[in-house]
Design a protein around this ligand. Structure first.
Ligand SMILES: Cc1cc2nc3c(=O)[nH]c(=O)nc-3n(C[C@H](O)[C@H](O)[C@H](O)COP(=O)(O)OP(=O)(O)OC[C@H]3O[C@@H](n4cnc5c(N)ncnc54)[C@H](O)[C@@H]3O)c2cc1C
Length: 317
């Protein structure tokens, strides 16, 4: 198996390391890293189970663009005779996976949350019907491509050793280098992103006003987590879209999800229901969110959250 390891700012993305650790638990797993500083990241890939790391530091992959990486992956798949290529979902990885599927005329299973070997056959698990059931999915032929939902696997170091490394420099198709990135702005943020956070404190309309989002921010800070939001508050301009969780936002699966003043609409639920433990605070005892919470607190967020934050601070301190 080959795993695409996404790197930004000279760091490997946690989600792709999780996919690598999963692949290594199933059999021999190699990795490919394309971008500036890729050589320096190979040893890190070894810790998550990569036996061999293919490295590309060509100028063509200096920018975070998908198409040149399709060329790199197509080259590596052929050189290494891989029959399976795995990706952790992201804006970049989804484009690369789709481009590689087209290039290799290969089948791509999308939005998987797990993969296993059944009688020697690779079987993927995909949520369907708004995540109410799981479907087993397979591939008709090789190479098999798979894209996993964010947070599907823990990025746990497997204790592997120094991997073998091979530098590659494929020939790039003319259309692959036709796009140039003319600018990139990073949104200022502190703390973990909602895709990577182990703890998310999400706020909904029940917070009452944009200013009251400080309640969610303070609690998230005390718990070492990130802040999420419902579409209702994003649409109202209370919080940025990058924090939106749900059908038209991000899908997250932190270990702990705390919902403050969130009703639990199905479109929100599909983005967070695979969280480890769900805690909801809502003043309406009949709010739908209580149907899928592990712990429900019926009460006013304005009274409960400041006390909860104090308590968490005291315990952690
Ligand atoms: C096509 C489509 C896509 C959508 N995509 C998304 C999506 O990606 N993500 C998403 O979140 N939604 C999405 N929605 C919107 C979704 O249907 C809901 O409208 C939205 O999730 C509701 O947000 P909310 O829970 O913040 O607000 P509300 O539904 O208004 O709920 C507010 C809750 O706060 C409680 N409350 C009020 N005051 C307090 C208080 N003082 N203390 C405690 N609790 C209090 C209330 O009891 C209520 O349950 C989508 C809708 C459509 C049609």
């Amino acid at each position: 198996m080959l795993v695409f390891l996404e790197s930004h700012g000279k760091e490997l993305q946690k989600g792709s390391l999780g996919v690598l650790a999963k692949a290594a638990s199933l059999g021999d797993a190699d990795a490919v890293i394309a971008g500036e500083g890729a050589n320096a990241l190979a040893a890190e890939a070894g810790k998550f189970g990569a036996k061999k790391v293919w490295i590309c530091e060509d100028g063509e992959v200096a920018q975070p663009l998908p198409q040149p990486r399709v060329d790199v992956l197509a080259h590596v798949v052929e050189e290494g005779a891989y029959d399976t290529v795995l990706f952790a979902n992201s804006v970049l990885a989804a484009d690369i996976a789709a481009g590689l599927a087209a290039r290799l005329d290969a089948g791509l299973n999308w939005d998987l949350v797990d993969v296993e070997l059944k009688d020697g056959e690779l079987v993927g698990k995909r949520p369907a019907l708004q995540d109410s059931v799981y479907a087993d999915v397979g591939w008709d032929g090789t190479p098999r491509l798979a894209l996993f939902r964010a947070g599907s696997f823990d990025a746990t170091a497997t204790g592997g050793g120094e991997p073998e490394t091979t530098n590659v420099s494929p020939s790039y198709a003319e259309h692959s280098t036709a796009v140039k990135l003319v600018g990139q702005d990073a949104e200022e943020s502190s703390g973990p992103s909602i895709e990577d956070a182990d703890v998310i404190v999400a706020g909904g309309r029940g917070l009452g006003s944009p200013d009251n989002f400080t309640l969610a921010e303070e609690l998230a800070k005390a718990l070492g987590g990130a802040v999420g939001a419902t579409r209702a508050v994003v649409d109202a301009g209370w919080y940025p879209y990058s924090a939106q969780i749900g059908q038209t936002g991000k899908t997250v699966s932190p270990k702990l999800y705390v919902a403050l003043g969130i009703s639990g609409a199905i479109q929100h639920k599909v983005g967070m229901q695979s969280s480890g433990t769900i805690v909801a605070i809502n003043k309406d005892a009949n709010a739908p969110i209580f149907e899928f919470s592990d712990l429900g607190v019926v009460g006013d967020v304005h009274e409960i959250v400041p006390k909860l934050t104090e308590l968490v601070r005291a315990r952690r301190g």
